[in-house]
Design a protein around this ligand. Structure first.
Ligand code: HEM
Length: 188
């Protein structure tokens, strides 16, 4: 089994759990609910990008995939001021991200979420009429390049796969699902 297959298998239940707990139908039913959901995503990605970026295996590869700026753009389009956005609560604690293997495991979850994001973006457009320019840039993420970006991420992950570090990759992916679940689904 490849590392990607193992990740999909071993985090499958965590994916199902977060998909159910996110209660998307309710949260994107109104513009205010959708804005509050993006605020939680912002708090996760802003904290995560700072921590993960420090241990990322390749800075360029990492930075091209950063999503906080898309969230900031969406929140501004939905009426938040720049200084309000900067002061939004950030996710704490995060999963440990001390090695490049840990970062890759965590990135598997963050990059994989763009696949579901494309579906969510279509729903947000249908229900709230928002597109990438008017408040839905985050869920649109890489636009037409989503599949290509996912494929490229998979190649980098498989190249880095090794019996010494694969367990750390998988453990960190599971922890990342846990942190995202608690932060996104148990918001006060
Ligand atoms: C923050 C929440 C979410 C996270 C972290 C997440 C994470 C992931 C990950 C890691 C994958 C890659 C699985 C693989 O190895 O192929 C994935 C795939 C996918 N996710 Fe999610 N997901 C989330 C929410 C959702 C939601 C709400 C939906 C449904 C609307 C969804 C639908 C999908 C779909 C359709 C795929 C592609 C499955 C495939 O092609 O095999 N996800 N997601």
């Amino acid at each position: 089994m490849t590392l990607l297959e193992r990740l999909k298998l071993e985090t499958g239940p965590a994916h199902e759990r977060i998909e159910t707990a996110m209660d998307l139908d309710r949260r994107i039913a109104t513009r205010d609910g959708y804005r509050d959901l993006l605020i939680r995503f912002y708090g996760f990605h802003a904290a995560w990008e700072e921590a993960a970026g420090a241990a990322a295996p390749d800075r360029d590869f990492f930075e091209r995939r950063c999503k906080t700026r898309l969230l900031a753009r969406d929140l501004a389009a939905l009426g938040l001021e720049e200084d309000e956005i900067i002061r939004l609560p950030q996710c704490d604690p995060l999963m440990p991200l001390h090695s490049s293997a840990a970062v890759l495991g965590s990135m598997y979850v963050v990059e994989g979420s763009t696949l579901g994001g494309a579906i969510i973006a279509r729903e947000v457009e249908r229900r709230l009429g928002l597109d990438a320019g008017t408040g839905c840039a985050y869920f649109r993420s890489y636009g037409r390049d989503i599949a290509a970006m996912w494929k490229q991420f998979g190649s980098v992950l498989l190249e880095a796969s090794s019996p010494d570090t694969d367990d750390v990759v998988v453990a960190t992916a599971r922890e990342t699902f846990g942190v995202m679940h608690d932060w996104l689904c148990e918001a006060p």
